[in-house]
Design a protein around this ligand. Structure first.
Ligand code: ZN
Length: 595
């Protein structure tokens, strides 16, 4: 692997604050000198993910992932180290030296497809801008009241009705048809011919969180069918993993503390035009676990916006249970019949929409309301049906107190005994069909995240001593006078100690975030962040250093004694008398030394 010079890594780190970088991905809350958050790398309800501005390091005490700013971006973006460095170099304006990276076929195909998507987005939006005022598309855009500024921001475009506009344009730009095909924008015709996927439609580029164009959705401008067509899934576009508008909405979601989810492209675009900038869309599908987890990086609160018809559908409501499974708080705002957010906002303005959002009900209230309308609650069978549906939701609630509260309310609403509801809940257990399908969904995506805890096996004394050495270089001198690298048990710690000793000898400043880069291929970053981000306060430092040194000496001595004992008993068993005698002497000598 080609290495990026250390001074460049240092320069990038000097120019970017880990708190700023991490908080551009997940909401951080101040906690003393540090910041805390729910870990983005494993599921948890209480925050154990800590970012230290002083040390410029993060660590999760739940799953033990940790490291410096590069490691965070690498883990979060699921990219390799070099790409994480590149991203941050770009952000901070640090120039990277030229280096050759052997690109796999896949990664070069990925970047080609991004490029083609970007070219296509530019082409379509150029066509829309050039369209005369009298054309169908212009009239349509005007009728929908979309302003030019927002059209440009979302790079909305127009595909004319010719069969080969884009295909020809791509050829002019030197892009082979096969690549257009792989990007899903061009289709195979008869006799080796090619033609455009989108014709006579308004085109919406779909972005990832970083704003790169993944694919497209396209809408007709009259009543013809199909109303929408979308790019097929490609090597870069996986529909279930993205949320439309999130690249623009993410800072506003964080600022407002919640996200508004609707269904369509125009719902999002109109919302943003009217300043409702925390609005995103599910791209017309039921939300997936991946989409929910993506959103969870920015907020734990969601308001789903439905029109009256749709919100009543049980399938829609059942889909929302998934939010509860993922520990999210979900509310439902219901718009007047026949309205989607786009038409609603244009009719009632952002204030009217805001009021509708404020009136949103939590999933429990909302679902129960719908069920009570649907069934005649005088009949016991109907009550049983409602309980069954509601328990499907209540069963997903992770918090026991909230669960108990819901059950209490449910039984009160239906005038039935609470015990009866608890009994039904017990019956659900694991055999429940719904929970089976959810479990499958979780398993399928579980491998993407890092859900297992990483191991760090370091004795407390070694941990404290290394931490103190990293905090204060003068401690290195003290330790150097009493211990050798091989006195430490953990191989990771031995590497660290060797490096600290040599840095100390050279007069190089010690800095944990740099040490992580320096030891990159020897010590895993999470080991260093584990040691450094320890929150335990050390009161009497001098005494602690002495104690740790003594404990390490003792631990080391015990290890050696044990080793000699093992060899001794082997020698005795085999009758090697001389060797046994030597070992016994060694054992006794060692026993008398030191403490
Ligand atoms: Zn974690």
């Amino acid at each position: 692997m080609s290495k990026i010079p250390e001074h460049i890594l240092n320069e990038i780190q000097d120019r970017c604050d880990i708190v700023e970088v991490v908080s551009s991905y997940i909401p951080l809350n101040p906690a003393g000198r540090n910041f805390k958050a729910l870990c983005p790398f494993h599921h948890e309800k209480t925050p154990s993910f800590i970012v230290s501005p002083d040390k410029q390091i993060y660590h999760c005490f739940g799953c033990n992932s940790g490291g410096n700013v590069f490691n965070f971006v690498k883990e979060h973006e699921k990219i390799d180290f070099i790409d994480a460095v590149k991203m941050l170099a770009e952000k901070t304006g640090v120039k990277l030296p030229e280096y050759r990276q052997e690109k796999g076929e896949d990664s070069s195909l990925v970047s080609t497809i991004y490029t083609i998507n970007d070219i296509a987005a530019g082409f379509y939006s150029g066509l829309l801008i050039k369209c005369a005022a009298s054309t169908d598309v212009r009239r349509y855009v005007e009728k929908r009241g979309i302003e030019d500024e927002v059209l440009k921001k979302f790079r909305v475009g127009y595909a004319d009705s010719s069969w080969r506009s884009l295909a020809d344009y791509l050829t002019q730009r030197g892009i082979k048809h096969e690549m257009g095909l792989k990007a899903g924008l061009v289709l195979n015709g008869k006799d080796n011919s090619f033609y455009d996927l989108f014709r006579g439609r308004l085109v919406f580029p779909i972005f990832d969180v970083r704003g790169r164009v993944l694919g497209f959705g396209a809408r007709v401008m009259d009543d013809s069918l199909p109303k929408y067509i979308n790019s097929p899934e490609t090597i870069v576009y996986k529909k279930a993993q993205h949320l439309y508008g999130l690249n623009f909405a993410k800072p506003h979601i964080r600022e407002k503390g919640f996200a508004i989810i609707s269904e369509g492209y125009l719902d999002v675009i109109t919302s943003h035009q009217y300043g409702i900038s925390n609005s995103i869309s599910s791209l017309g599908t039921a939300l997936t676990v991946e989409q929910i987890r993506l959103l969870r990086r920015y907020t734990h609160k969601v308001v789903m916006v439905y029109d009256a018809d749709q919100a009543g559908e049980m399938a829609t409501l059942r889909g929302l249970d998934l939010f509860l499974e993922e520990g999210m708080n979900v509310k439902i705002a219901c718009l007047e019949k026949g309205h989607d957010p786009d038409s609603f906002i244009r009719k009632f303005g952002p204030r009217g929409f805001d009021a509708a959002i404020k009136k949103a009900k939590n999933l429990f209230e909302y679902k129960l309301g719908i069920l009570k309308e649907k069934f005649n609650t005088d009949e016991p069978e109907a009550k049983a049906e409602i309980v069954k549906e509601m328990l499907g939701t209540i069963n997903r609630v992770r918090n026991a107190v909230v669960k108990a509260e819901f059950i209490k309310n449910l039984s009160a609403e239906l005038s039935i005994k609470e015990e009866a509801v608890w009994e039904e809940l017990k019956k659900l257990g694991k055999g429940n069909r719904m929970s089976f399908s959810y479990a499958q969904g979780r398993q399928a995506t579980g491998s993407r995240g890092q859900e297992t805890k990483r191991q760090v096996s370091i004795s407390p004394a070694e941990k404290i001593l290394v931490r103190l050495m990293l905090e204060d270089a003068s401690v290195v001198d003290t330790v150097k006078g009493s211990l050798q690298p091989f006195d430490f048990k953990s191989p990771d710690v031995r590497h660290l100690i060797e490096t600290l000793f040599s840095f100390n000898a050279e007069g190089t400043a010690i800095d944990a975030r740099r040490l992580i880069n320096y030891l990159e291929d020897r010590v895993s970053p999470h080991v260093i962040s584990f040691i450094v981000n320890d929150e335990v306060r050390i009161k009497d430092k001098e005494k602690n250093i002495r104690d740790c040194i003594n404990v390490i000496k003792k631990e080391n001595k015990d290890r050696q004694l044990k080793d000699i004992q093992g060899r001794l008993s082997l020698a005795q068993k085999n009758g090697y008398k001389d060797e046994a005698k030597d070992l016994l002497e060694e054992f006794n000598r060692l026993l008398k030394t030191g403490s």
